[in-house]
Design a protein around this ligand. Structure first.
Ligand code: CUA
Length: 141
């Protein structure tokens, strides 16, 4: 697993250096071993002083944190997704989200979800023995 993580990290940095914007125009790096002091230490929806919304989602084998994210319909939310161990993936049909989560590489996705409802999805990158149990629920309300 360590070798895979190292390889993924090296490959990720190579790609992001050689193909700017490959991980999204605004990707950034967070050390998975040091989440304290970052918003990922308290995953979930954060409402900022100016009223804007940021959602921090941590992926680790074999769960998303939070496993249920509630967002208001029609309001822009910037999703920030981070894997802290191996490669995971998340696809949300609503909002056109389909990201591969490389350990340490934060995917930043501003989205507006307009249709209220509960949308359940699963990790879509094989990540180990519990992969098929790694569910995520988006509640648009
Ligand atoms: Cu996480 Cu598959």
């Amino acid at each position: 697993v360590l070798v895979v993580m190292l390889f993924a990290g090296v490959l990720g940095s190579m790609i992001s250096e050689t193909v700017p914007g490959f991980f999204g125009a605004r990707s950034s790096y967070v050390d998975p071993a040091h989440l304290t002091g970052t918003p990922f230490a308290t995953p979930g929806l954060h409402r900022n002083a100016d009223g804007t919304l940021d959602a921090y989602i941590v992926a680790r084998a074999f769960a998303f944190q939070p496993s249920t994210l509630r967002v208001p319909a029609g309001q822009r939310v910037t999703l920030h997704l981070l894997s802290v161990d191996v490669i995971h993936g998340l696809m949300l049909e609503q909002g056109n989200v389909n990201v591969e989560l490389i350990p340490g590489q934060v995917a930043n996705l501003p989205r507006t979800f307009t249709r209220p409802g509960t949308y359940t999805t699963e990790c879509n990158e094989y990540c180990g023995s519990g992969h098929q149990t790694m569910a995520f629920h988006l509640v648009v309300e």
